[in-house]
Design a protein around this ligand. Structure first.
Ligand SMILES: [Zn+2]
Length: 252
């Protein structure tokens, strides 16, 4: 009787299944996915002492054989520390070879802006994190500065208003247009203000050790032959989830 198995084996297949499930449920749950067409959003104000938006210069390092790039806040810009991606980009740019210059362009950091929003389509989700580039951010600033168009749209009181972000096109031709909802309206649920996401974590700079681990032995210059199979694929970081790569380059 002692040999009677009283437990289930957790197979490799099941573990792989679990990993996929985690990626689907866990890591993307709190991020807004911009729909094609109109997205009606309520931008939440900043927490006390904070702004509604957190700006991060992020590197997106593509690794051959991996579907998602490695994403990290640039240590050079955000922590005045050595940045493996920027250093690699400097070297490539200095080589005088036009192909290297192009490769350097892929290594330079890009601006990502993070905000807490309520998607009016999915209010039951509560605050979700919207991540976007310069194109959307510039239009949001213009909207805030235009008092005739409504002013501070992040006001949770009756003077605030929803913002419509319309997404069109695909890939590098993706465009985002921003305009105000016609009528002002209160946020609608003040409890949302208590459960906003901490946006500062996206600006956190990884330690040199963490960066080494993320980038592996390849540094910031992935060689096509270096990766063998997904088992050694780099871990995703929290910031990965924020990528809406459509229009990434069109933003700049
Ligand atoms: Zn950098």
């Amino acid at each position: 009787m002692a040999n009677l198995q009283k437990y289930s084996d957790w197979s490799m297949d099941e573990a792989e299944e679990a990993e996929k499930e985690l990626e689907k449920l866990g890591s993307n749950a709190d991020f807004l996915k911009f729909d094609k067409g109109k997205n009606v959003l309520r931008f939440l104000p900043g927490k006390v002492g904070e702004k509604p938006f957190v700006l991060v210069q992020q590197h997106f390092i593509e690794i051959p054989g991996s579907t998602s790039p490695i994403v990290f806040a640039c240590p050079r810009i955000h922590a005045k520390r050595a940045c493996p991606a920027c250093e690699q980009a400097d070297k490539l740019r200095a080589s005088g070879n036009p192909a290297d210059y192009d490769r350097a362009g892929k290594l330079i950091p890009r601006l990502r802006v993070f905000a807490n929003v309520i998607s009016r389509k999915d209010p039951e989700k509560g605050p979700v994190v919207a991540a976007f580039g310069k194109q959307v951010y510039e239009q949001l600033i213009a909207l805030r500065k235009n008092e005739d168009a409504g002013g501070n749209f992040t006001d949770p009181g009756p003077n605030g208003f929803d913002v419509i972000v319309e997404k069109s096109g695909e890939g590098l031709k993706t465009e985002y247009k921003v305009w105000p909802q016609r009528k002002t309206s209160p946020l609608g649920n003040d409890e949302w203000l208590d459960v906003m996401h901490d946006l500062k974590r996206y600006a956190r700079v990884a330690s040199p050790e963490e960066l080494n681990r993320m980038l592996g032995s390849q540094g910031a210059s992935p060689a096509p032959q270096a990766r063998t199979g997904g088992r050694s694929a780099p871990r995703r970081t929290a910031a990965d989830d924020a990528i809406d790569t459509d229009g990434e380059n069109a933003d700049d």
